[in-house]
Write a protein that binds this ligand. Sequence first.
Ligand SMILES: Cc1cc2nc3c(=O)[nH]c(=O)nc-3n(C[C@H](O)[C@H](O)[C@H](O)COP(=O)(O)OP(=O)(O)OC[C@H]3O[C@@H](n4cnc5c(N)ncnc54)[C@H](O)[C@@H]3O)c2cc1C
Length: 260
Amino acid sequence: MIYCLAWQRTAHGEGGRIPAVLFRQQPLLREQYFADRNCKGFRSGFPSSIFLSLSLFSFLRGLVNGLEVQRAYTPITPVNAEGYFEVLIKCYEDGLMSQYVKSWKEGDSVCWRGPFGGFPYSANQYGELLMLASGTGLAPMLPILQYITENEDDETFVTLVGCFRNFENIYMKPLLQEQSRFWNIRAFYVLSQEHSLENLPWSFQKNTHLGRINEDVIKSMVNTCRRQPYVLICGSVTFSEEMERSLKAIGLKEDSYFIF
Ligand SMILES: Cc1cc2nc3c(=O)[nH]c(=O)nc-3n(C[C@H](O)[C@H](O)[C@H](O)COP(=O)(O)OP(=O)(O)OC[C@H]3O[C@@H](n4cnc5c(N)ncnc54)[C@H](O)[C@@H]3O)c2cc1C
């Protein structure tokens, strides 16, 4: 199950970041605004602009059977989103935080601590970006994509490669489709458990590869770029290790990629 959540700002911390060391209690305002077969959404109060950098993450604190759990989640909203932020949370059957997230109802409050990390980016810093994302590893890519497309002076080309099990599991399809209409953005999908391209909508058939992402797929993606891209990688540890191995095998140096 995937949950997509949004928090609106409250009066706390007006004009600045929430101190990284503090947990802040934020009420959930709205549930299920985000509709996908596996997605639910929530909306809640939140202070002023806290995500001043790209692809930061925050810790969520939950209590599960009397046990305190903390897990990191990455906002998918643009850095300039007014009054709220959203996260995409995949819930695992036996996951601890997952149990807590699944119990959320409108009007509940949840505790966040952050933001931390972030990807240092400025407009036109890289001629071309290649984003390799698996599952919810898509999350940190979305604010970067939107940051680029919202700035008409940023002429960075972006090729996003999203790896999912099947068509239904592609997260944030409408947003990805909308973003890929920009002249400088391309989205490709690698679906490991989809059996036929004919089952997909026409608009997805031409930019989807069936099977697992591997060195050959990455090489062909890099070859379709106009120049050697700077590569962003996000997914499970195994996914990131595989991507790094493949990039090195096709000749990219360590300063040509960033692993979230
Ligand atoms: C910097 C950072 C940012 C992150 N951002 C996000 C985000 O935006 N959205 C998001 O959904 N997650 C994100 N994660 C992962 C998240 O922090 C949790 O690890 C995840 O939600 C599972 O927590 P849990 O307590 O429910 O599961 P846990 O109790 O930690 O794990 C229990 C079981 O859940 C399953 N499980 C847990 N993680 C995985 C996995 N990656 N793949 C397959 N099975 C798994 C396994 O069966 C595991 O045995 C991020 C992690 C980091 C480090």
